[in-house]
Design a protein around this ligand. Structure first.
Ligand code: BEZ
Ligand code: FE
Length: 291
């Protein structure tokens, strides 16, 4: 596009986009053209006062100042605007029958310890015991051997270990497991609780201003990897959680609901070596073939 003349209210986006005609990176030019057009359209619709526009700039400034190596307030902003889930959906269109993905979130730790199948990842002894089991399958229903299952969850107080360093044991409620030939997995954890996303920064203030709560319904996080298959980043959710219909980051999908059964039968309690009732979650995951 060639230069469109001087800037006016009506031709604003065209003038700015045409100025980028010599961009060296075609993708950058495409992305900036789309963003420029949508941003100008939004400003024309909103007609902000100078003061409102400055409020927006100061909000983004505070968002940057809140971010460091440990806290990424822009990712949180993307999460609560539903953009993280939209990017996830665009990049993870799965074939029919394959398990769906959802957001990774900020609390994954890369080097969690590998544990033998059946291990208890709950190191602080808090909460109600929970047995999680199922199979890792391909889209034809065959078990996947040597699949790596990386799981993490909050403790009974609704915090990840990395949010409570020195309070929770390191690697509390995290573990890596590998399936055998039968594709089966099982481990013990603690029933997860709903919890707030970090809301002590500008994104929390935005949520409050919009009359929105910061809570995520109880869930377990998974990264599932196996040779010849697409890596799956996902959760399973407790469908009975109070926040299941209003996840602050829009991560819930119908297919990711698991059943958290409360087991009270004395023979089951004894056969699992428990001293009291526990929860049982049975959930299979189906991995899509690698592209
Ligand atoms: C999480 O589930 O760990 C999470 C996801 C998005 C934002 C904050 C937390
Ligand atoms: Fe989480």
């Amino acid at each position: 596009m060639t230069e469109q003349g001087y800037f006016t209210e009506s031709n604003s986006a065209d003038v700015v986009v045409s100025r980028n005609a010599n961009a060296k990176d075609a993708r950058l030019a495409e992305v900036m053209a789309v963003i420029t057009r949508h941003l100008h359209a939004a400003v024309k619709e909103i007609e902000p006062t100078q003061d409102e526009w400055m409020q927006a700039i100061l909000f983004l400034t505070r968002t940057g100042h809140k971010s460091d190596d440990w806290r990424q307030e822009y990712i949180l902003l993307s999460d609560v605007l539903g953009v993280s889930m939209l990017v996830d959906a665009i990049n993870n269109r799965k074939p029919s029958g394959a398990s769906e993905s959802t957001v990774l979130g900020p609390f994954h730790v890369a080097n969690a310890p590998e544990k033998p199948m059946g291990a208890n990842i709950c190191l602080d002894g808090k909460g109600e015991p929970m047995l999680v089991k199922g199979r890792i399958l391909d889209t034809d229903g065959n078990p996947i051997a040597n699949a790596k299952i990386d799981v993490w969850q909050t403790n009974d107080d609704g915090f990840y270990d990395v949010q409570q360093k020195g309070i929770q044991p390191d690697f509390n409620l995290r573990g890596v497991f590998r399936t055998g030939a039968d594709g089966e997995y099982w481990f013990w954890g603690a029933k997860p609780k709903f919890y707030p996303i970090p809301d002590d920064g500008p994104v929390g203030q935005l949520l409050a201003g919009l009359g929105r709560h910061p809570y995520r319904p109880a869930h377990l996080h998974y990264i599932l990897e196996a040779e010849g298959f697409e890596t799956l980043v996902t959760h399973i959710f407790d469908p009975d959680d109070d926040y299941i219909h209003s996840d602050a980051v829009f991560g819930v999908k119908e297919s990711l609901m698991a059943k958290f059964r409360h087991i009270t039968a004395p023979d089951r309690i004894a056969s699992e070596g428990q001293s009291g009732p526990f929860f049982e979650v049975i959930h299979d995951f189906v991995l899509a073939p690698a592209k």
